[in-house]
Design a protein around this ligand. Structure first.
Ligand code: IVH
Length: 679
C-alpha cells in the first residue's frame, strides 16, 4: 500500500529527473554550443524549481545534480586546463526579499551582521582564469565545467586589457586571477557594421560574439575582435602574501596592472546594498558593456573561509539579477520594409511583450539568411532580446514549443513599395529592389538618411518633413532640397514663416559639410560612415573618387573588393552622376576637410604597419595612429617615418631597412600609444 507521502515523493522524483535532463541540455546549448534555446529567465526558473524540490526532499539530492556542479563540457579542440581551485558559480536573488534572506543566513552563520559587502556590476561575458608565474601571464583558461576548462592562452594574449606581465616586487610567485571577458557595445556595433560592409553574417549580441571570439582556434581572428576584460578576484596564490579583504584585493590587482571595475562600491548595511542594486537596475544601460545584475560579495576574506560553499555556490556572495532583457513571445508574422539602398529588410511582428519595462511589438531579423540561420518560423515561440536603445532582436525559436502549425517565411519576390521584381546578387545576404530612381520607399529612406545627423545634418528636416516634401512633389531626391524656396515650403501643412526660414538656414549650412559626410549621405551600398571617411581622406574630392577604377578603390587601405565594386558601380550609373551634378549646382561642397585632420602628438609623422600585431588588427592600429594626429600608409616610401613590425613583417621590413626607416616593435608601438593615452 502506498501512502500519500510516498506518492508525493514519487511525483517529485519524476519531476526532478525531468528538470535535470532539461537543465543539462540547456547547459550544453549555452556553455558548449553558445546557442541557447531558452532565455536566461526561463533557465533560472528551471533551476529554482529543481532547487525547491531538492530542498523539500533532501533524499533526492545526488552529487551530479546541476545544483551541485557547474554545467558545461569543454570542447576538445583546445587543450584542457585543470583548475587547482574550482571556478564557482553564484546563487541568484531576484528581489529584495531574496537578498535579505541571503544576508540573514550569512549573518546567522557568521554570528554577526556587522560585515561589509562589496557590490560590483555582473558583467555579461565569459568567465576566465589567468595564471601568472614570476609575474608573467602563463596560462589562460575558460571556466568549462568549473574544474576543467579550455586552454585559450593564445587568444587571451590578444586582449589589450590583459597584461602580459605584471611588474611588482613582493608579489606571489604563482597566482591566478579571475575575471570576465566581454565586448563593449560600441565595439560590437562597429564590428557588426564592418561585417555587414563585407557581406558577412552578423552576431546577435556582444556576449555571443565575445564567447565566439575567445574560443576561436585561430588567435588572429580573436585579435581582430574588440575584446576587453575585467578582473574581479584572486583565484589562488602561492609564495607570497595577499590582501585580507575583497576591496583591498581589487586595489591590489588594479595596482598590479589589471583592469578592475571602477563601479565597485563597499557598504556596511544590506539596506544600502539593496539601494545600490535598485539604482543600477535603472542605469545599467548607461554602461558601454552589458551587465545582467550586481554581484554582492562579503568583504572579509576570512569570513569566506568560514561561510564556505554549498554545491557550486559560495555562501559569501550572491548575484542580484536585473529583470530579464530576454523574454519569449509569439512570432505573429514576418514582414519586410525597404531600406534606403533598396535592401529588403525583414522584421518580426510579435505578440506584444514587456521586456525590462518596455513593450516590444517588433524586432529586427536582419536578412533572409539570418532567418534561415536562426531557423525561425511564423507562429513560433521565439526568444526576444532588448538591450539599451538598440532595436530588439529575435534570438531564436524555442523548438520544444512547436505545434507543427508553424510556417516557413517565404521571401518576397517583388518590392512591397513599387512592385518591381527584386534581385539577389550572388554571395549577398540581402535581396534588393533595383528601382533606385522611382521606388517611393527608397526615395524616402535616402532623403531621411541624407538629412540625418551623421550625414548632412539638416536640423529640422526629419522623416515627416521629408515625406511631406516628397508627397507634395517639391523634392524628388536629396538635391531637390537645395532649390527649395520659402514660398514652396509655406505651401506645406503646419509650416509657419519662422520654421520655413529655419529649414532653409539649416539646408544652407549643410552646403559646407565635408566630403565624407556627403558620401555617407548618398547611401551608397556598403559605405558606412567609417568607409566614407577613408574614401574622402584618400581621394580628397568627389571628382577623383568618381573617376577611380575598381583597382584604385581596392588599393585604399581597409577597402575590400565588395566595397570597391559597389562604389565604382554607384558612380557608373547615370542617375548617380545626375544627382551629383545637381548637388554641385545646388552649391554643395565636394571636397574633404583639410583642416579636419586632427592635430596631435604624432602630427607630421607617417606610420606603416607590417605583419600581425598582437593586440590590434591593422585598421584598428591605423585608427589609433590617426586619432593621435599621425598619418598612415600602406607601403614603405622615403616619406615613411616609422615601420611598426608585428609577426611575419614580410618585404616591408627589407624596404624599411634599405631606406633606413625607424623601426618600432609591437611592444614599443604599444608603449607609444599608451604614453599618449590612446589605449
Ligand atoms: S564573482 C563565486 N564577480 O558571473 C564567485 N562573478 O554566476 C563567482 N561574473 O561565471 C565569481 N561579473 O564569471 C563575480 N563582478 C563579478 C562578475 C562575475 C560577472 C560572472 C562569473 C561567473 C558568473 C557567476
Amino acid at each position: 500500500m502506498t501512502t500519500d507521502i510516498d506518492q508525493e515523493l514519487q511525483g517529485a522524483k519524476l519531476r526532478v529527473e525531468e528538470l535535470r535532463a532539461q537543465i543539462s541540455y540547456h547547459d550544453y546549448r549555452y556553455h558548449v554550443l553558445d546557442q541557447p534555446e531558452i532565455s536566461d529567465g526561463e533557465y533560472d526558473e528551471l533551476m529554482r524549481e529543481l532547487r525547491a524540490l531538492e530542498e523539500r526532499h533532501a533524499q533526492l539530492i545526488v552529487p551530479d545534480s546541476p545544483t551541485q556542479r557547474v554545467g558545461g563540457e569543454p570542447v576538445a579542440a583546445f587543450g584542457i586546463v585543470e583548475h587547482p581551485a574550482p571556478l564557482l558559480s553564484l546563487a541568484n536573488a531576484f528581489n529584495e526579499e531574496e537578498l535579505l534572506a541571503w544576508h540573514k543566513r550569512a549573518a546567522s552563520l557568521a554570528g554577526t551582521d556587522q560585515f561589509a559587502m562589496v557590490c560590483e556590476p555582473k558583467i555579461d561575458g565569459l568567465a576566465v582564469a589567468l595564471e601568472y608565474r614570476e609575474g608573467q601571464f602563463a596560462v589562460g583558461s575558460t571556466r568549462g565545467d568549473g574544474s576543467r576548462g579550455e586552454n585559450i592562452t593564445q587568444n587571451l594574449r590578444t586582449i589589450r586589457s590583459i597584461p602580459q606581465r605584471v611588474s611588482n616586487a613582493g608579489i606571489p610567485q604563482r597566482f591566478e586571477v579571475r575575471g570576465e571577458v566581454f565586448m563593449t557595445k560600441a565595439g560590437f556595433e562597429r564590428m557588426n557594421e564592418q561585417r555587414a560592409d563585407r557581406g558577412e553574417p552578423l552576431f546577435a549580441n556582444p556576449r555571443n560574439s565575445a564567447a565566439g571570439a575567445v574560443r576561436q582556434l585561430d588567435p588572429r581572428i580573436t585579435a581582430e575582435r574588440p575584446l576587453d576584460c575585467f578582473i574581479y578576484a584572486l583565484g589562488w596564490a602561492e609564495g607570497g602574501s595577499v590582501p585580507p579583504s575583497h576591496h583591498e584585493t581589487l586595489d591590489w590587482l588594479s595596482k598590479l596592472g589589471f583592469q578592475t571595475n571602477a563601479d565597485a562600491e563597499r557598504y556596511k548595511s544590506v539596506r544600502k546594498v539593496w539601494q545600490h542594486c535598485q539604482r543600477w537596475a535603472e542605469k545599467r544601460d548607461t554602461l558601454d558593456y552589458e551587465i545582467d545584475g550586481i554581484v554582492v560579495k562579503i568583504d572579509d576574506l576570512a569570513l569566506h573561509e568560514r561561510l564556505g560553499v554549498v554545491g557550486r555556490e559560495p555562501r559569501w556572495a550572491i548575484a542580484f539579477k536585473f529583470p530579464p532583457t530576454q523574454r519569449t513571445t509569439k512570432l505573429l508574422d514576418i514582414r519586410v520594409n525597404v531600406g534606403r539602398t533598396g535592401s529588403i529588410n525583414p522584421f518580426a511582428v510579435l505578440e506584444p511583450v514587456n521586456i525590462g519595462g518596455v513593450v516590444v511589438k517588433m524586432a529586427t531579423l536582419h536578412n533572409e539568411d539570418d532567418i534561415k540561420r536562426k531557423g525561425v518560423r511564423i507562429g513560433d515561440t521565439v526568444i526576444v532580446q532588448r538591450a539599451g536603445d538598440v532595436i530588439p532582436q529575435v534570438v531564436g525559436p524555442v523548438v520544444s514549443k512547436r505545434t507543427g502549425k508553424e510556417k516557413q517565411f517565404r521571401p518576397k519576390r517583388v518590392c512591397p513599395s513599387c512592385k518591381t521584381k527584386l534581385v539577389r546578387q550572388e554571395g549577398e545576404a540581402m535581396r534588393y529592389c533595383p528601382n533606385r530612381t522611382t521606388c517611393p520607399a527608397q526615395t524616402l529612406g535616402l532623403l531621411t538618411h541624407f538629412v540625418s545627423r551623421g550625414a548632412m545634418d539638416i536640423d529640422g528636416v526629419g522623416e515627416q518633413l521629408a515625406d511631406a516634401l516628397l508627397q507634395a512633389q517639391l523634392v524628388a531626391d536629396p538635391a531637390g532640397l537645395y532649390t527649395l524656396t520659402k514660398d514652396q515650403l509655406l505651401t506645406l501643412d503646419r509650416m509657419a514663416e519662422k520654421s520655413a526660414q529655419n529649414v532653409l538656414d539649416a539646408i544652407d549650412a549643410s552646403r559646407q559639410r565635408p566630403l565624407d559626410r556627403l558620401l555617407f549621405g548618398l547611401g551608397i551600398r556598403h559605405v558606412g560612415s567609417e568607409t566614407a571617411a577613408l574614401l574622402a581622406q584618400h581621394f580628397g574630392d568627389m571628382e577623383s573618387l568618381a573617376s577611380a577604377s575598381v583597382d584604385e578603390l581596392a588599393a585604399v587601405p581597409s577597402i575590400g573588393p565588395i566595397v570597391a565594386e559597389s562604389v565604382h558601380g554607384y558612380f557608373q550609373r547615370k542617375e548617380s552622376r545626375g544627382l551629383i551634378l545637381k548637388l554641385r549646382r545646388g552649391g554643395v561642397r565636394m571636397d574633404a576637410d583639410a583642416t579636419a585632420e586632427r592635430a596631435g602628438p604624432l602630427s607630421g609623422q607617417t606610420f606603416v604597419i607590417s605583419g600581425t600585431l598582437a593586440a590590434f588588427s591593422r585598421p584598428e592600429a591605423e585608427a589609433l595612429i590617426r586619432s593621435l594626429g599621425g598619418a598612415t600608409g600602406s607601403s614603405v616610401t622615403k616619406a615613411t617615418d616609422f615601420l611598426v613590425t608585428g609577426e611575419r613583417p614580410g618585404s616591408k621590413l627589407a624596404k624599411a631597412q634599405r631606406y633606413g626607416t625607424a623601426l618600432l616593435t609591437d611592444e614599443e608601438f604599444m608603449a607609444l600609444l599608451r604614453e599618449h593615452g590612446a589605449v
